[in-house]
Design a protein. Structure first.
Lengths: 151, 151, 151, 151
């Protein structure tokens, strides 16, 4: 119960640079000793889990659908909610701090919930909501900011 | 099942001008023949229901808590979810179109869900998300835009 | 907010005698002045809504899926949850008292939730859980018991 | 994603023999190489997690409330849902097979959901639903039946 859980959120369709950045975020979170929590699907979710596993970390996937087979292959702990988008609030609640890598409307709903709950959200090329969100320029900076927010 | 349902979303703490605008929105929605759906609590939610009842309309309140007594006194149909913020997705799904009057992070989560679902969101002094949201300058304009989006 | 809401629960596949009994239950609930709340789909849910509409009542359907088109044609107020079976707790919470007409495992989950919440559940040929549930021998008896429990 | 997850469900107030049996169930599940999933609170939930940790296993707690501090101290992976009783469906969906140790209405809702989803439920002094549930006479038998059902 003492483990730190860092949420990594973003588009399920991300590729290229965004995917690579999310891999880096996942790896750095795991190297820092925290678990990575995502929505369990593809794109940024898969990338963050992949990075975490490369560093020997533990990954949690809070799935929207009915089937554990929806989880990407880097998820250690698949939570099958069947709640569709409503699972986004679980991601916000369970994460101690969140890093948003890119992202569309689903990510925006998670950011909104996290801010509503008073949690820190760090944006790596994600939604710009003024000074409500901390902006990071690189995966390294994002993860450093995330851990620092928990001190 | 043929009735139009228009969601009116915004802060539960709104007073003054924002409250008055939400009353106008609720009244105009009811006068246009649609039901008003809100989160059932105070502030903008109460105001929109109050306006709708003044015009003889029907109001639905999708409550976050465990007790029907949480509903403001202008709610005709109280839906008691016990799901806390997760009830926001029900508001987005059940509304055919949404009008956001002011609003904070909870409202932002509803806007995000509605846009994710491909629904029209009209802002009356609410979040500015560029051209993803239609901006209205008055309750009259907001309600006109809402009905027009459903044609 | 003062209207009484009576939940009618049961299988979505019911036909014949069970369907006919649910029509009677819905009609009697509406004649008694209460709204009928169901899960909005077919079988017992459709039958109860049909009966209520024959008596000029109001019907609420708390749908599990993503589409208002899932609602049977006798639903006045369709609530679109997208929560699949998790919507069953909303049915238990929103109903002031519940009448179970036949039913399978989904109905059992609703009965369990309702009993957990301390609500009265009346069985018309539904699950036998000893004296935790009141047993009725006819639609008339079931609806009479339901209204009496609310006195 | 390949790990087996076995749900252990039952009353949050269990003590004495029921608590001791749940400790045994948790330990045997962990010794068998599966993760233990519970609702994360006290009673049977705590006992099963305690047993699993004694055997070096991993425990998941799907919490109903808003605060990770609600989790018993034997939970490794706390999932904070904020969904109250609606989190019961997540327990049913995420578990590959469920063992019910005693239990009241909340447990009954989880059993109903699990059966609805076609999953095996093993009762150790829990609800009697005829031959729909497999009955075990001891923790050893219950866990053996659970693993066998997954072959």
């Amino acid at each position: 119960m003492d483990a730190t859980i860092i949420g990594v959120i973003g588009s399920g369709l991300a590729t290229g640079k965004v995917y690579a950045e999310a891999v880096d975020v996942g790896r750095l979170v795991a190297q820092g000793g925290a678990m990575v929590l995502t929505g369990g699907l593809g794109g940024v979710m898969e990338a963050a889990c992949k990075g975490a596993k490369e560093a020997g970390g533990t990954t949690i996937g809070v799935l929207p659908g009915f089937d554990v087979q929806d989880a990407n292959r880097f998820v250690d702990i698949p939570i099958v909610t069947g709640l569709n988008h409503a699972r986004n609030i679980i991601i916000a609640r369970t994460s101690h701090v969140l890093i948003a890598v890119g992202g569309e409307y689903g990510t925006l709903s998670e950011i909104a919930f996290a801010l509503k709950l008073g949690k820190t959200v760090i944006s790596l090329g994600s939604w710009d909501l003024g000074d409500r969100i901390k902006k990071a320029g690189s995966p390294e900076e994002a993860v450093t900011m995330a851990f620092k927010s928990l001190d």
